[in-house]
Ligand binder design. Structure first.
Ligand code: UDP
Ligand code: MG
Length: 329
């Protein structure tokens, strides 16, 4: 593997939705890590933090504007409305791509441990293009979230989706990996599923996930379910195959049933079975409805893809002072 020796320009991409309570603390911790890495000649002095304001309703953007004036590393990207974590992250990654050699994405709430950033950089220098931050354990999660996440991973894996277990969106990507990501045009974006499809050498870095520093989770149950459904349906056609299989099994069963009824009739002991008739109608009706729902799920997605709408609209782009100063000289 090719060793990278130069000082890479690092951009930390941090999507924020109503994070006014944490953004100052996040900035101070991140800038101290970046500062130390620059001092140690590990990364370029042009490295920055990019906050993507995902249409926050609180004072997050005002905070970013203030931080941009007081902290030389802080830059910002304001999206015109809330587009959700995955799209906001993509906006940040693609915005950062041209100006950076590598980017690290992380959450604003300090759940991801900033102390492993030097390990990410070390792996990048060893030649890896994608470095996944993997949590050592899930003890900081609620019982429900821990178990639902485990089931989700197991289910995805069984359906043939290649996804890194216990990896959220804390990861490093090289410039060329980002260029690869840019070519995935799908609208129902599930980054964790798409990124392994880019290819290139990847590795993992382990970290302890902390509880949220302040504020509350922006992933309520409804959003989590829709996220999970995106993950499953965008990556596999197995559910629709399963439906066809059930259809085949039921057709076979109905032939056997038909023969049974016919034979019973021949021997004259057929019962006028109102109950069994009703049960079959309801049951088959149910199966049909499930199948239709699933087909609708796919068609809905095809519809969205075909429209090919933009995933986000950027409203304001804010340069970090370190970058502005360099351009002045
Ligand atoms: N986030 C976002 N847009 C949204 C929801 C969340 O940019 O619509 C950001 C949020 O500010 C945070 C990250 O995505 O930086 C992860 O969200 P959160 O911490 O609420 O999720 P959890 O850790 O509870 O899964
Ligand atoms: Mg969080």
């Amino acid at each position: 593997m090719e060793h990278r020796n130069q000082y890479p320009i690092l951009t930390m991409v941090v999507p924020c939705y109503n994070e006014e309570e944490v953004i100052h603390e996040t900035t101070s911790r991140l800038s101290s890590v970046i500062h130390n890495l620059i001092e140690d000649k590990q990364i370029s002095p042009l490295s920055t933090i990019l906050y993507v304001d995902d249409g926050s309703k609180d004072r997050t953007w005002e905070n970013i504007l203030e931080l941009n004036l007081t902290n030389p590393f802080v830059s910002g990207l304001k999206l015109a409305r809330n587009v959700g974590h995955q799209n906001a992250l993509l906006a940040g990654l693609l915005h950062a791509k041209d100006k950076s050699d590598c980017v690290i994405s992380m959450d604003a709430d300090l759940q991801d441990d900033v102390n492993v950033i030097p390990e990410f950089i070390a792996k990048y220098k060893e030649g890896y293009d994608i470095v996944y931050g993997v949590r050592k354990d899930r003890s900081s999660d609620t019982y429900f979230k821990r178990n639902s996440a485990m089931m989700f991973y197991r289910f995805l894996r069984r359906m043939g989706v290649n996804i890194v277990t216990n990896h959220a969106d804390y990861r490093l990507m090289s410039k060329r990996a980002l260029e690869g990501l840019e070519q995935f045009k799908e609208v129902n974006l599930f980054l964790r599923g798409v990124i392994p499809l880019i290819g290139y050498k990847s590795t993992e870095v382990y970290y302890e996930r902390h509880p949220r520093f302040a504020g509350e989770s922006k992933y309520p149950l409804k959003r989590m379910l829709s996220f999970a459904l995106d993950g499953i349906v965008s990556f596999s056609i197995s559910p629709i195959r399963a439906v066809s299989l059930i259809g085949v099994i039921f057709s076979l069963l109905s032939i056997i049933m038909g023969i049974y009824v016919f034979v019973s009739k021949l021997y004259g002991n057929a019962v006028s079975g109102w109950a069994s008739l009703m049960i079959s109608i309801w049951f088959i009706g149910g199966v049909q409805l499930i199948s239709l729902g699933l087909i609708g799920e796919y068609i809905g997605r095809i519809y969205k893809e075909v429209k090919n709408r933009p995933k986000y609209i950027a409203e304001v782009k804010l340069e970090a002072q370190v970058v502005q100063d360099m351009q002045d000289v």
